[in-house]
Design a protein around this ligand. Structure first.
Ligand code: HEM
Length: 486
């Protein structure tokens, strides 16, 4: 009998089906061997293939599952199944603080990204192993913020005009807000990433906006397959090299030009401050090749475009569905612009708008949990939660709906974060511009979003986008009264 079995293994069909069956069997029984006492949630435990059912549920409605876990195990921990693995969710201020402060050799964002985002097939490995762009975004932007705000302000108006076109004058026009918002954001940010006129080049905007979508789709498909097939599927699906080649048509001449300036001027760039010049002057070794610099620029676009455009879209929808906010927000923006013009100071005097956008980010969560970290070794949190080596650890965004942090959390309160002094002067509450274990939309701790570290400059820029079109219409009306549609 053993002989027959061994002989039948020579048949490729039988071998493949045997491997597949063993794999499925392992997926069923592996939870029994897990060395963690973390309670699982999200599926009936008696059910054969229950974790797969839970994994599918998580794929389609992770928010509901995580809220269920949060209400059951608040200030504790639980785990949820995903299609290919499990994530341990920790909750409670102290432990969440520990999670985000843990050193890389214990909890690694990079190693989680390698798996979650399949970065070697989607974004390029070195954007995570050598993230030299992050300190540039944190420090240089802050130093040059006056000029950068002026540049972005100039571009945002023309981006609205270019993308939405004559909408303001010719009556209504239908468009998919989130797509058009992505194009407006891409053009605006690229004004300070790569400068004029590339930032408004139609083909370039398409490439950088589509890149993030391709990366996410590719990573999701690869992760459906078992680990040993990842390289094969990744090499078939990856659009990385093709996109780098397409983007090089626009960026390579700019990079060459900056390299020349850098070599002749010895590092002093005479032109406007912009990210590309800083990348050229900071990259070293392999990362200094034109191809690597183009890839890096694509990665920065991935981090900035869709995050911002989704927040913008949600803010706009909240504004449209709650018209009582229109008048006070418009008044605040008009006064700020009248007093300070399109400057950083104007952005600093928009507490109502800041609050409205922050409330949008709380209320309309982008995702359901923070980006997971991978445990590089086994360790124990201070509350005794044991994390085995190789586990993924995260925290749910469910605290955004916890009464303990936000009174009446299920009500959208656009001015929730605004405070008033004795003279009735409105200002942003300290929570407004701070990440914390109870506000995680910009992350927290060592990898928190650079837009927060830049003294909330980016966030304020983002906040202003949703009023910019209306304002530009108003300005247009004032200048050309006869052409005014209102
Ligand atoms: C509303 C818009 C944005 C949202 C909601 C957002 C969200 C986030 C979050 C949640 C993280 C933390 C990831 C983690 O620790 O798990 C993050 C990190 C990051 N963000 Fe943003 N982001 C936004 C805008 C931007 C913009 C405009 C830029 C670029 C100019 C940017 C660049 C980055 C970078 C480079 C990191 C990684 C920081 C690090 O690894 O140390 N983000 N962002």
């Amino acid at each position: 009998m053993l002989d027959t079995f061994i002989r039948s293994l020579g048949d490729p069909l039988i071998s493949v089906s045997l491997i597949a069956n063993l794999y499925i069997l392992w997926r069923i029984i592996s939870p029994l061997f897990q060395k963690t006492a973390v309670p699982p949630i999200g599926y009936p435990h008696w059910m054969p293939f229950g974790s797969y059912y839970g994994g599918l549920r998580f794929f389609f409605n992770s928010q509901k599952m995580l809220r269920e876990g949060y209400s059951k195990y608040k200030s504790g921990h639980f785990m949820v199944p995903r299609w290919r693995d499990w994530v341990i969710l920790v909750t409670g201020d102290k432990i969440v603080e520990e999670l985000f402060k843990m050193p890389q050799d214990t909890l690694s964002l990079m190693d989680a990204a390698k798996d979650e985002l399949q970065i070697s097939h989607t974004l390029g490995l070195t954007s995570f192993t050598d993230p030299y762009h992050v300190p540039l975004l944190r420090t240089k932007f802050l130093r040059h913020q006056q000029v950068l705000v002026a540049e972005a302000m100039d571009e945002v108006t023309s981006a609205f005009d270019r993308v939405i076109g004559q909408h303001c004058k010719d009556g209504s026009k239908e468009f998919v807000v989130v797509d058009e918002a992505a194009r407006i954001v891409a053009q605006t940010f690229n004004r300070i990433f790569v400068g004029n006129p590339t930032c408004s080049n139609e083909d370039y905007i398409n490439i950088v906006s589509q890149f993030a979508v391709d990366a996410m789709v590719t990573a999701t498909i690869i992760n459906i397959f078992p680990r040993f097939l990842h390289s094969l599927i990744g090499s078939i699906l990856s659009k990385l090299s093709r996109t780098v080649r397409r983007a090089s048509i626009h960026l390579a001449p700019l990079i060459e030009e900056r390299k020349k300036v850098y070599e002749v001027e010895g590092g002093a760039f005479p032109q406007q401050p912009e990210l590309l010049s800083w990348l050229v002057s900071s990259a070293s070794g392999e990362e200094r090749t034109t191809e690597a610099l183009v890839r890096r620029m694509l990665v920065v676009n991935v981090a900035s475009i869709h995050t911002t455009s989704i927040v913008f879209t949600q803010s706009l929808f909240n504004l449209v569905s709650r018209p009582q906010y229109l008048q006070p927000l418009r008044k605040e923006v008009e006064e700020a612009l009248h007093q300070h013009g399109w400057t950083r100071r104007a952005l600093d005097s928009l507490p109502l708008l800041d609050s409205f956008v922050k409330e949008t980010m709380r209320f309309n969560e982008m995702g359901s949990m923070s980006f997971p970290r991978k445990a590089m070794k086994a360790f124990t949190f201070s509350d005794g939660t044991h994390i085995p080596e190789g586990a993924y650890v995260s925290t749910p965004f469910s605290m955004h709906f916890d009464e303990q942090y936000y009174p009446r959390p299920h009500i959208f309160d656009g001015f929730r974060f605004v405070q008033e002094d004795q003279n009735g002067l409105k200002f942003s509450s300290p929570e407004m511009t701070r990440t914390s274990p109870s506000f995680l939309s910009f992350g927290h701790g060592r990898h928190a979003c650079v837009s927060f570290y830049s003294s909330d400059l980016w966030q304020r820029l983002i906040s202003t986008l949703d009023k910019a079109r209306e304002i530009s219409c108003d300005i247009h009306c004032e200048v050309h009264a006869s052409a005014c549609p209102r």
